[in-house]
Design a protein around this ligand. Structure first.
Ligand code: ADP
Ligand code: ZN
Length: 745
């Protein structure tokens, strides 16, 4: 790796397909090494590029020279580069951009034309945190008296053999003058040292012991341990309801990996959940844990990254970007709540960390454990096919029963809160217990639902909900552009009383206040949690008993445990069924299962009231009956019939721009080009659209989308690669291609 390179290949972090060749001047020959960044001239700019290795098949010709080497240590290993290349190829994304995404924010720099070149760039990255340290000097006795306080300080410095300026200030207060004097006299010398910011600072943790595993946990751990011992890539699905002891299995599996000298990577979906989980890891393992998530400052993140790179952390916990952590000797990768959409990055490199965990795990010959109480439909299918090994934890650890659920039909009813829910709320309040009322109503994309039969209007071609566009007077399919006059009639029963679906959380809060005037109500949705820390503040009001009812959107469905919550109400269970997305039923089932699981975590058994217009829908009643197997069976049947994943592979083109005409023209020409390539290549890919995106105007940009459905990955990949070879894109529009899209908005 340390062979000096004469002509090097450099990846540039720009939307460019290829890498570039540069000459290495004599003075940089020793340092221009694979894995470091180089400052390179690019057009009339200077950019930092990534040195990939020696260039092959290039003549000196008119190559430019690199200007500077920016790092003293390599930033990635050969194995990591292989992973980056795989990612670039799969997501059809430039390698330079993949590397930029993989490295911590702040490490990348890009100088602009006109700024003072190298100097700015060499220091422009987020630097490591440095602190001044004072050490004993060469002079041992003072030639002149430096003062009593200075002598006291000197004694401490000599005692410690070296101590930070911050520590000295803590002990002696302001002491800059004395320190300066000591250095002048040669009694002490100052030195800058790298220190790490500590994201755990101030968090004392209690030590925690491994639990004796119950039978199912033990079987799961044995299977994982066997795979760790054999150093063989094995992917697992750890399927168990919340509280069934999954985390305990993760902890003990990681312990086993550490014993074998291996390291562990743990991916979690939500930043909000990380403190609890990291707390449990610390309690079990003590130090050696690094956290990587977007809640850290760039500096903290960079520090964590360096600690991992240098082997100082053996367990890495983080949100999706942690999949790129510079961890070596990975023995196990855990993806907790693997079904969560937040593992998918929604802009730039649109990777899915859950999927990449399997790829990195295969490359590292590691065990990969995907854990969930409500796994993705595609994951369940993979387990059925034997591509994942299924490990089940069928019951809760404490043996607490699942809550009793009452399903209330709201057909023909005008009120938000049914008499059944209202009575339960009153009773719970009188008993001095807490309740959660859940309504997943987001601000956009209204749809029409028949008040007679409770069915939403759906597209006959795509099996997704039609979106109601009031101004156009149409209900529209956002996949294929199918349209019908709106409001219109219900295609299922012919009735003409179609209504826009229901109220939001604000209205619900209002109605609850009228219903129970003395109850203290807290509302939690994106409107009330925008401030920093507001999320925790609202939740703490439930925790300390200063609130009786928590009202909220999907935000309240996850993670937190409220032992005093004995009642959960769900208003408009079908709210998320109306999303114009083929995963609407899956999301609804997962969300309902999670909300239902919020009830009765404590001593008192919980109960749940689910209000729905369409009580017959399998996503709703299978969640209410705790019958997951039935949900997955029916949903897979639907996916097979409609040709959606796992029975097809998707890619979505998003075309956006400020001019609607330009966007529409580009969408049309891109669709034509794709159709032409499809027939030339004879690939089995269905091209749907172009259609307006569900959010058809966002931040002033008009948006259209084209959806590609491939019968297999190979065909889809070939078509996309051919398109990318010679895509013609108007300068006023942007096109992004999303492989395995999750968010169809
Ligand atoms: P999950 O991750 O599936 O939600 P946890 O691992 O958090 O489940 O377990 C739920 C609770 O039960 C935790 O408080 C945990 O400490 C405890 N627990 C887990 N396994 C055992 C066990 N084998 N014996 C006793 N308590 C356990
Ligand atoms: Zn359609």
């Amino acid at each position: 790796m340390t062979v000096p390179l004469d002509i090097i290949e450099v990846a540039i972090p720009l939307y460019l397909e290829k890498s570039f060749h540069y000459l290495v001047p004599e003075r940089l020959k020793q340092t221009a090494i694979t894995g470091r960044r180089a400052l390179v001239p690019f057009g009339n700019r200077k950019l930092s590029g990534y040195i990939l290795g020696k260039a092959t098949g290039s003549s000196i010709g008119n190559l430019k020279e690199i200007l500077e080497v920016l790092d003293s240590e390599p930033l990635w290993t050969a194995g990591e580069l292989e992973f980056f290349r795989w990612t670039a190829s799969y997501y059809q994304h430039p390698l330079g951009e993949v590397i930029r995404t993989a490295l911590p924010a702040g490490i990348n720099i890009q100088t602009r034309k006109g700024t003072s070149g190298e100097q700015a760039s060499l220091t422009g990255g987020k630097t490591a945190l440095r602190e001044k340290f004072y050490l004993p000097g060469a002079v041992s006795a003072a030639p002149r008296q430096p003062g009593a306080k200075a002598l006291e300080i000197l004694a401490v410095i000599r005692d410690a053999g070296g101590i930070s300026a911050g520590e000295l200030r803590k002990r002696f207060g302001a002491c800059t003058a004395q320190l300066k004097r000591l250095v002048e006299l040669g009694l002490s010398k100052a030195e800058e040292r790298e220190v790490y910011r500590d994201p755990f600072k101030g968090h004392a943790v209690k030590r925690d012991e491994a639990r004796t595993l119950h039978t199912h946990q033990k079987a799961a751990l044995d299977a994982i341990a066997q795979c760790l011992d054999g150093r063989k890539f094995t992917p697992f699905l750890l399927y168990g309801v919340t509280g069934s002891g999954k985390t305990e299995v993760y902890l003990q599996a990681i312990f086993h990996a550490l014993e074998l000298g291996k390291n562990a990577l743990v991916l979690v979906p939500e930043i909000a959940l990380t403190p609890q989980l990291t707390g449990r890891f610390q309690a079990r393992f003590g130090g050696g844990i690094a956290i990587l998530h977007s809640g850290l400052s760039d500096g903290e993140r960079y520090d964590e990254w360096r600690r991992i790179r240098r082997g100082l952390a053996r367990i890495v916990i983080g949100a999706r970007s942690a999949i790129f952590a510079p961890l070596d000797k990975i023995g196990i990768i855990i993806v907790d709540e693997e079904h969560e959409a937040s593992f998918k990055q929604s802009d730039g490199l649109r990777y899915n960390a859950r999927d990449l965990a399997l790829v990195r795990g295969r490359m590292e010959r590691a065990a990969v454990v995907l854990g969930s109480a409500t796994p993705a439909v595609t994951t369940v299918h993979a387990a059925e096919q034997g591509r994942l090994t299924l490990l089940e934890l069928p019951e809760r650890v404490e043996g607490r029963p699942m809550p009793a659920v009452e399903l209330v039909a709201m057909k023909g009813s005008k009120e938000t809160i049914s008499p059944a829910l209202s009575a339960c709320l009153a009773e719970t309040y009188e008993q001095g217990r807490q309740a959660i009322v859940f309504l997943n109503r987001r601000g956009f994309a209204t749809f029409l639902v028949c008040t007679e039969c409770g069915k939403p209007l759906t597209c006959p071609n795509c099996s997704v909900t039609l979106t109601y566009h009031r101004q156009r007077g149409q209900s529209l399919c956002h996949y294929c552009d199918y349209a019908v006059p709106a409001p219109g009639t219900c295609p299922s029963c012919g009735c003409t009383t179609l209504s826009e679906l229901g109220a939001g959380t604000e209205k619900l809060e209002h109605d609850l206040k009228e219903l129970l005037p003395p109850a203290r109500i807290v509302r939690m949705d994106s409107d009330t949690t925008s401030g920093k820390g507001s999320h925790e503040r609202l939740l703490s009001r439930m925790g300390d008993g200063s609130a009786d009812i928590l009202v909220g959107t999907q935000m309240i469905a996850k993670g937190h445990d409220f032992p005093c919550v004995t009642l959960v109400g769900v208003v408009n269970a079908e709210a998320s069924l109306g999303m114009p997305d083929f995963r609407a039923a899956e999301r609804t089932f997962q969300l309902l299962s999670q909300v239902i699981g919020r009830a009765g975590r404590g001593e008192i058994p919980g109960r749940v009231v689910v209000q729905a217009l369409d009580t017959e829908h399998y996503a709703i009643n299978s969640a209410a009956e705790h019958d997951a197997a039935r949900f997955y069976r029916e949903e897979l049947e639907f996916r097979r019939e409609a040709g959606y994943p796992p029975f097809s592979f998707l890619a979505a083109f998003a075309i956006s721009g400020l001019s609607e005409e330009a966007v529409s023209a580009q969408a049309d020409s891109t669709t034509r080009r794709l159709a032409q390539l499809k027939s030339e290549l004879k690939v089995r890919v269905e091209i749907l659209g172009p259609a307006p995106s569900p959010i058809y105007r966002l931040r002033n940009r008009f948006r259209r989308q084209i959806l590609l459905k491939g019968a297999n990955r190979g065909d889809l990949h070939r078509l996309l690669a051919a398109w990318r070879q010679q895509a013609t894109i108007a300068s006023t529009v942007r096109i992004s291609v999303d492989i395995d899209p999750v968010d169809m908005m």
